[in-house]
Each structure stands twice: as structure tokens, then as C-alpha cells.
Design a protein. Structure first.
Lengths: 394, 394
């Protein structure tokens, strides 16, 4: 049996040596970036579900509108526009997806044929690398700086021949680095996208989880030429098991997302669309404030513990929201040995190499997530990591 | 902005001349193949949902197992195997998808690179044609006979160079023809698939809706060499708004589906997986008998009305299950004028050309669906169609 060229890499055994995964009762898991269950609006979900299933069950049981319910699309538009910016403009279409993840899949389908290049931040969301490859395209990393992509490197790569077909970015509290792109860079990214004719997928699932500093405009709002599609989801603000996300895009791009979603699986689960729509329509500022406080507490504690325990040569990011911190060790550190030592000491992190388009053979970084960690885990985990940095750094 | 070559056809305006879509209060809709809401197990869905959301809400709210819940996979396996055949064998994996439709998407991704050919029945499910194209592959039709694909035409096309990468079939009560593939042909299809090394996707959503004759073995059960993947869903036996389906495949094929689903959107909605799992695990023979009776009544009435009213030169299929009948007029009929006359007379059907891989310029058929029609609609619709056949046939 012959498998497609693009599917073949999925059958290769993954290099386990960079995955830190020892499990025991004493394991401190700073690896998983899942939302904390204490942030789920369980009683509101129950009540919305009860009302729908009692009052209008057929609205969630039969086939519904292709590519998403009109009522949810309107609610999402109002939610995104509630701060004043026209995130969803009159020319934009919203397609409801199975999590934001499916919007990445659709974007690659919409813009890439076999062998086409997708520019990604380096490092980037590891699943995005899988998606790009699963559709026959090739991810190529663009260097990151403390305030987002390196614009020189971005322009050099946008100018390549053959031309890259898509730029994928996570501007706020990026996965895996926690970095936020400055407003100036957002505008520059849009200018370059227009100059080189390369559309941008802005993946912004953590946007509402800002716990310090001011909200920045979405990249989509910095774009005057319809080059940017925005995807986000209800995974981090309601619950990820809903698998309900969306992508907003103008003109032909918006039409393309809608048509490809319709072809792929017609539409996502209707119950989740109605329940999420009901909760968002009634307002969720209280829940969002609660989530921000929760992430602020855990993120703040993690940063202060890292400041206390880490060797001064170990650098780490200080996120203003979201759930990730990126730790980078000096070049001379034997990363394999460091990760093995973490494993020995029952601390789970994710090796940075997994987030690199090129496999990251020389990567000296790892990702920490504090979203599910208790205070004790954060304190003990940071202490152990700190001790190891002192052992491995000169 | 540059769109992928494969997305470009999706921006073309569709030829509306073959779509029969006049809507008015008196319209008789024999076009839509949706399951009838009177067949949805509403109270069981309510009760299962209540138990889950009261008892264990986090089981449906956080991320769940990649590519589907283990509990649902086991329930699906037991359901498929309950008649005795090992539809799901020890080497098989089940991947939970967003409707059966997503399994077609994953199959094309798994087997096809840009330009590869997918063999389909002619006519076939029109959405499958869109899916194949949306992933850069090309559908090629294989002639249909009264008992399924024409084996000679199939072998001739399987032997082509370059070799087709996938065969897509709907063996029971096919959409759009209502045709069921004979058991002998099922075995031959498997033999040819093995001989030419071409995997088969068996799409079998209507299997449980058999209302006359004996259940035939799934094509997957006629296959001794792991060449067949089976997809089906809960859309026709519970409710389509669930968007819960599955694909069963052995060995590397099963692994490939699981990995591509995980990359595409991680997993489908969890609530629907739990609710469908609970209902299927408790047993649903009573519901299935009810559905069969409902389709038997409507399908039987439609066939007897067509026998009564149609011109003898108008041929039509007599399905043993499912929801579709395929009517074919003599070659000399001006099909465009016939469809326009149906439209004038407020009867909605689907033009057969839409189900043809080659666009069906010479197609003289149309699809009737009786799943949502009342007795009166069926009687009146068949009478009007019959009168028009007498007007258009010599």
C-alpha cells in the first residue's frame, strides 16, 4: 500500500530523547499547557445546555448551517468588537472551526500546494508544524526577538523565490515562548505582508488571558489591505473540550475558509456552538477576570521563583499573559544531559527542539507551563530547575 | 494574494442551471437527504447529557484523548461487531471524526499527493468530489450497475498509470442512487484492491437503515489483506448535529488516520462523544427498528407512487434501505428543460450531474430523497414528476 508523501513522516518514530516524560506520583508537570478546570464555567454550561435541550433540541440535533451557525458568528463578532476596534469588519466572514487548530489546517489548504513554504516563528506551536507537513507544505522558521519576529529575517524570507505562501504567527503570549509582539512590529508585519503579497494567519487563543500591561490591537486590526486572517477559540476562555473555534477573514479569503470548512466536515458540533454562543452572548467579563487572576497568580509566582532560583546565565521570558515561559540556557550546556537530569528529578518540561521547524538540534531552551500547577509545584519545580542550572552553568 | 491551486475551483461560481431550488410555501422538497427529526432519540440524549454534565463535567470540558475517547472507540467496536462479524478486528484502530465526512478528508490526505487520482463511483456523494479536489487530488468515476460498480471498468481504471491512490465506495443504499453492492462484488472489489495495491474507503453511513432484504457483510469484512478502511457515523442513527463519526482501519492505515486527525483538529467535540457513547452502550435496537420502519414506510410509498405515475421509459432504483432513489430518463430527453419544468411545478430534486466526477454534461438522472417527506408530499411529488415524464418521454 502506498501512502501519500506528506503522510509518510507521520509514521516515523519520534526522537524520544528530547521528550522529558518520566511519570511518578512525585512528578511535577510543568509540561502541559491545558487550561485549569477550576476556570471552566461549569454551572453556566449546564444551564445553557439544559435550556437548549429542553427548549429547542432540534436546533442542535439536525444538520445546521454549513461552516457554522449564524447566531454564533454574530456573537463572536460582537465579542471581538466589544473593546471598540472593528476586529470583524463589514467585509469579514467568520467560519466556525473545530478549535482554532482546524483554522491552521484550513489556512494551509487555502494557500499551499505540495512543496510550498509556510513561514513560522522560531520557535512556534509544535502542532502547527505537524499541520503544515500533513498538507504537503514545508515550515520555515523566522527568528524571534523579545518583542516578536525579527523583521529583517522576516523580510529576507518573504523575499525568497519561490515565494512563501503564508506567514503563521501567535502575537500574544506566544506558545511556546510567552512573548508578545509589539504594536510597532504588528504594523510592520502587515506592511511586509502587503508588500510581498503573503497572507498572514494570526493565531490568538490567549489574547483574553492578559494579566499585566495593556491590551494591544489584534494584528488583524493593524492590517489595511485584507492580508490577515484571525483565528481564536473558546478553548482558553470557556473549555477546550468544546472544540469550538473560529477564523475571521475578509473578502475571498473569508469565502475560502468557509468553503474549505464546508468541504472538510460540513460543520462542527452544534451543541457546543449553541452553548458557547449562549454564554458569550450573556457576557463573560466576570469569568475572564477570574481567569486573568488565576493566570496572574500562577505566572507571577513562577517568574518570581525563577528569579530567585535560576543561575544568572539562564535566561527566561516574563509573559504578560497566557501560560508559557521559555527558559534558555547558555550555549555550552549539554541540553540532552540537562533534560535527562530534569527527568531524573521528576520535573516535566517540554524540550524546545520540538517547537523548531528545523528540528532544533542546537536548541538550548525548554518550555514551562504554569496553567495547571499548584503553588507548591511551582515553588518546588522552580527550585529543582534552579539547582540544575547551577550544576550545568559555569 | 495567491490561493493554492486546489482551492481555486472553490471560488468559481457554481453552474446554477442544474440546481433546482425554487422555494415557496407549496414547494415539495424531495431534494434534502437529512434524517427526519422524528427519529432523534431526544429524551435519551437529554438524559445522557444531564448525567454527564451533573456527574463528571470535566470529562467533556478539558482536552480529551487525541483522535477520540477510548470509551467511545470500545463502544463503537462492540456496536459494529454485535452481529457476529469481526468488523473491528484485533489489528484495527478506530479514529473518531467530525462526521463520516471528515474521514473522507483524512483518507485523501493519507493516500494522495497533488494530482493523484481517486476512483469514485459514478455517480457518487457530491461532497466527496469536493473533498478530493480540496486536497489537490482528482476524482475519476467508475461506472455503476444495478448491483454496484462495474468490475471491468473498475479493473481497467485500477490498472492505469499513474496508479490511482484510493477507491471510494458507498456499498449500501448509495448516495445518490440507493444501489446496494452485491456480496459477490464486495469480494471482487477487495480482490482487485489487493491485486493492484489500491486502498479502499468504504463509506457506510446508511448500513443500519436496511428496511428489506438481508444485511450484507461490510466490504471491510470481505477483505483479507487490510486494504479497506470503514467509515460511518452517528448522523443517521442518532443525530447529525452531533458531528460524530469514525473510521476503522488496520495496521499502518489505522495509525495514519489517527495521526492525521490529531494533526488536523486534535479531537472532535467531547460532549457528543460521551453522549453518543452512552446511548450506543446502553443499546439502541428499539430506536433502530423505529428508524427502519420510518424509512420503510416512506421509501415503500415513494416506490409504489413512482411505479404508478412514471412513464415506462423512466427508470428508477428500488432501494432496500437508506433514503435515496435515482430516476433516469431516456437519452433523448432535454434534461435542462425537464428540471426547469419540475422547478416550475414546485418539486425540488437534485440534478444528477452534481454527483458526477466529470460534471455530468450528459446526465439524464436526478436524485429523490424521501427521508423528510410527508405521505402527501410523496404522493403529490411523484404524481407531478410522473406527469412531467409523460410530457417529456415519447
Amino acid at each position: 500500500m502506498y501512502f501519500s508523501k506528506k503522510a509518510q513522516p507521520f509514521f516515523l518514530p519520534k526522537d524520544q530523547s528530547y521528550i522529558n516524560n518520566k511519570n511518578s506520583p512525585e512528578t511535577i508537570r510543568l509540561s502541559i499547557g491545558n487550561p485549569p478546570p477550576d476556570g471552566f464555567p461549569v454551572s453556566r454550561i449546564r444551564e445553557a445546555s439544559r435550556q437548549i435541550l429542553e427548549g429547542d433540541p432540534n436546533s442542535v440535533l439536525n444538520y445546521s448551517e454549513a461552516a457554522g451557525m449564524e447566531s454564533l458568528r454574530q456573537t463572536v463578532a460582537a465579542f471581538l468588537n466589544r473593546r471598540g476596534d472593528a476586529v470583524v469588519g463589514p467585509d469579514d466572514k467568520i467560519t466556525i472551526t473545530t478549535g482554532g487548530q482546524q483554522a491552521i489546517t484550513l489556512a494551509v489548504q487555502l494557500f499551499c500546494d505540495d512543496g510550498d513554504v509556510v513561514l513560522v516563528e522560531e520557535p512556534t506551536f509544535m502542532v502547527a508544524l505537524d499541520i503544515v507537513r500533513s498538507l504537503g507544505a514545508t515550515p520555515l522558521g523566522v527568528k524571534m526577538e523579545e518583542d516578536g519576529v525579527d523583521l529583517e529575517d522576516l523580510e529576507r524570507k518573504m523575499a525568497m523565490t519561490p515565494k512563501p505562501r503564508l506567514l503563521y504567527i501567535i502575537p500574544d503570549f506566544q506558545n511556546p515562548t510567552g512573548i508578545t509582539m509589539s504594536e510597532k512590529k504588528r504594523r510592520e508585519v502587515c506592511r511586509l505582508a502587503y508588500k510581498y503579497g503573503i497572507p498572514v494567519l494570526e493565531d490568538n487563543p490567549y489574547y483574553e488571558l492578559r494579566f499585566s500591561g495593556d491590551f494591544l490591537p489584534f494584528v488583524k486590526c493593524c492590517d489595511e489591505h485584507g492580508m490577515v486572517a484571525l483565528t481564536s477559540s473558546m478553548s482558553k476562555i470557556i473549555a477546550p473540550g468544546m472544540r469550538t473555534g473560529y477564523v475571521v477573514a475578509g473578502g475571498k479569503m473569508g469565502e475560502g475558509f468557509e468553503k474549505l470548512k464546508t468541504a472538510s466536515d460540513f460543520h462542527s458540533n452544534s451543541w457546543a456552538q449553541r452553548v458557547c454562543g449562549a454564554i458569550m452572548a450573556e457576557g463573560m467579563e466576570k469569568e475572564l477576570e477570574g481567569l486573568r487572576a488565576l493566570y496572574r497568580d500562577r505566572g507571577g509566582l513562577m517568574v518570581s521563583c525563577l528569579e530567585k532560583y535560576l543561575h544568572p546565565d539562564a535566561a527566561f521570558t516574563r509573559p504578560e499573559g497566557g501560560m508559557f515561559i521559555w527558559v534558555t540556557l547558555p550555549e555550552y550546556v549539554d541540553m540532552k544531559a540537562f533534560l535527562a537530569a530534569l527527568n531524573e528529578n521528576h520535573v516535566q518540561v517540554v524540550a524546545g527542539s520540538l517547537f523548531m521547524a528545523d528540528g532544533g538540534a542546537n536548541c538550548r531552551s525548554f518550555r514551562l507551563s504554569y496553567s495547571l500547577a499548584t503553588e507548591e509545584d511551582i515553588e518546588r519545580g522552580a527550585r529543582i530547575i534552579g539547582e540544575l542550572t547551577h550544576r550545568f552553568c559555569k
